[in-house]
Design a protein around this ligand. Structure first.
Ligand SMILES: Cc1cc2nc3c(=O)[nH]c(=O)nc-3n(C[C@H](O)[C@H](O)[C@H](O)COP(=O)(O)OP(=O)(O)OC[C@H]3O[C@@H](n4cnc5c(N)ncnc54)[C@H](O)[C@@H]3O)c2cc1C
Length: 533
């Protein structure tokens, strides 16, 4: 049983897998990666359309949290991955990097070493992109990326939506990741030959043969242990019980934007008052741990269409046939991500950069007797969210018991600026849906529906129906200011031997989804650590 390592990484998620692979590529480093969840060998992880089942309550590959939306707007469930690969093993496989302006803004906010010029080499080195190499896009890297396939069912509807978006002012582009001024196109996906490409598959598996890398799954890190102000080890629990593992050099927490701040607080790094009230010895009073929580607030609009929808492919005998087709040949609709198209839109032409992301899926759902069910009629979903929310949420532990769920407040759309953007987003989606290019296929808007017209009505509908985009970030904010939780080298302030690297350190959300930025963050910090030595 391993009892010591140079580097202990907590969490085999998007950032953790990249860190483990990069740090262990130096044979003089001895690396231990500890993951709470199980191995990632399940069929549903590989099969892209397995994502719906993976997210179902009780699935052993997820964490599930109750989250207060805001004020008296009730609660919703948030899901995070809990398996080797972390959230990259259960996510929607959209490959979105964010844009230069996001990272340059991080640098402006004090995150030296995180500007676009610093980050683009990491994205490029990670990628093996189907669209080929450009100065800012990579080939030959470990992460295989394909775009949504052409010449498949639904092409006509996809093309009509792209043309309609162009008529509404968002141009068609081949690579949405290379379109900082906005564009719509076929989505880039971490899918290759019909199979999910998680951070585990791309980065960790090829490194597993190394003698200096140990990966243990089904093992919870309960606390970080300190020798004075130095993080010296972790307390872990597996089937055999609770024990200590020592770190000779560093502990790197990559447990995700809920579990990382939770682990810091359980270990004595957090708001002193909260920790004292819970009977936890304070190692470092850090009021910011758990604050600055940011999440994309997602809304679906739904349209009834004449044809092109894939609703019928995912129900009844067609579903069975499609799963069989997948098992035999890794082909068919089960290889598709949940969305076919992605768009970065400016909801006001004068904006300097796109303010909202939209995703287009050739399906539609509604509440049936068994909960959310696919519609029987052909339907189209256009969903989206404001990409740069300024409404801030927070999380904190409510008990010193590591098994107790934390309190999480999303605080969606509490800022008037976010409310205005959300209303403009819905109007923009409607603008796309009403363009001539879609007229021949469109029947009617089902949701929000014709009754929802004024700004107040649109906002009320958004608040009632909107929900998480699964991109929580920001809870261990990185910065150069003394109040930030980690410095630009991702080192936790106030202690030594401890870093945090995952979406929790993002000072703001990037434009779009967060898997690629989390992996790039892992690589960036791995290089910093290697340079440090
Ligand atoms: C359902 C869903 C759909 C998504 N869809 C997309 C998408 O299509 N595209 C995209 O770009 N992004 C998507 N995201 C978001 C993206 O996948 C995540 O933001 C990203 O993977 C987070 O990476 P991370 O390294 O911060 O944490 P994670 O990948 O969540 O990894 C954290 C790991 O730490 C482990 N851990 C936690 N606590 C402990 C502990 N105490 N001890 C040991 N291990 C611990 C967890 O089990 C987990 O494996 C989605 C997320 C979800 C949940």
């Amino acid at each position: 049983m391993i009892d010591t390592a140079d580097y202990i990484i907590v969490g085999a998620g998007s950032a953790g897998c990249v860190l483990a692979a990069e740090l262990s590529s130096d044979p003089s480093n001895n690396v231990l990666l500890v993951e709470s969840g199980p191995a990632d060998r399940h069929f549903l992880i590989d099969m892209p359309r397995g994502v719906g089942k993976l997210m179902a309550p009780g699935n052993p590959h997820i964490w599930s949290y109750d989250v207060t939306k805001a004020g008296n707007r009730g609660t919703e469930k948030w899901v995070k991955g809990r398996a080797i690969g972390g959230s990259s093993s259960v996510n929607g496989m959209i490959y979105a990097r964010g844009f230069a302006s996001d990272y340059d803004r991080w640098a402006e906010l004090g995150c030296t070493g995180w500007g676009w010029a610093d980050m683009v080499p990491h994205f490029k080195a990670m990628e093996d992109h189907e669209l080929g190499e450009t100065p800012e896009r990579g080939v030959g890297g470990p992460l295989r990326i394909s775009t949504h396939p052409r010449k498949v069912a639904g092409d006509e509807l996809c093309e009509a939506v792209i043309d309609a978006a162009a008529e509404a002012g968002t141009p068609r582009v081949a690579d949405t990741n290379a379109s900082p001024q906005g564009g719509i196109g076929y989505q880039a996906r971490t899918i290759w030959k019909g199979k999910r490409q998680s951070a585990a598959k791309a980065f960790l598996r090829p490194a597993l043969a190394r003698k200096n890398l140990t990966v243990i799954s089904d093992t919870d890190v309960l606390r970080i242990l300190f020798d004075g102000q130095r993080a010296s080890g972790v307390e872990v629990r597996d089937a055999s019980g609770v024990r200590r593992i020592d770190a000779r050099r560093e502990i790197i927490v990559s447990a995700g934007a809920i579990q990382s701040p939770k682990l810091l607080q359980l270990s004595g790094i957090g708001p002193a008052r909260l920790l004292q009230d819970l009977g936890i010895a304070v190692v470092h009073d850090q009021p910011q741990v758990g604050r600055n929580l940011r999440e994309h607030f997602y809304l679906q609009t739904k349209y009834r269409v004449k044809r092109g929808s894939l609703n019928h492919e995912f129900a009844g005998p067609r579903l069975l046939w499609n799963v069989l087709r997948y098992v035999i040949a890794s082909s068919g609709p089960m290889t598709h991500a949940a969305q076919e198209l992605i768009g970065y839109v400016k909801t006001e032409p004068a904006l300097s950069r796109p303010d909202c992301q939209i995703g287009v899926g050739l399906y539609s759902m509604g509440l049936g007797p068994k909960g959310l069910e696919l519609d029987k009629e052909p339907g189209l979903t256009i969903g989206g969210y404001p990409m740069h929310p300024v409404s801030l949420g927070e999380m904190h532990i409510v008990s010193a018991d590591p098994d107790a769920a934390p309190y999480i407040l999303a605080n969606y759309l509490t800022d008037p600026e976010d409310q205005a953007t959300a209303v403009r987003l819905v109007r923009y989606i409607r603008k796309i849906a009403s363009q001539p290019a879609l007229a021949e296929l469109m029947i009617e808007e089902m949701m929000p529906g014709r009754a929802v017209q004024t700004d107040d009505e649109i906002l009320a509908d958004y608040l009632a129906r909107g929900g998480t985009a699964y991109h929580v970030a920001g809870t261990c904010r990185m910065g150069s200011d003394a109040a930030s939780v980690v410095d630009p080298l991702a080192r936790v302030r106030g202690v030594s031997g401890l870093r945090v690297v995952d979406t929790s350190i993002f000072p703001e959300l990037p434009s779009g989804n967060t898997n690629a930025p989390a992996m790039a963050a892992g690589r960036n910090v791995a290089m910093m650590i290697r340079k440090d030595r």
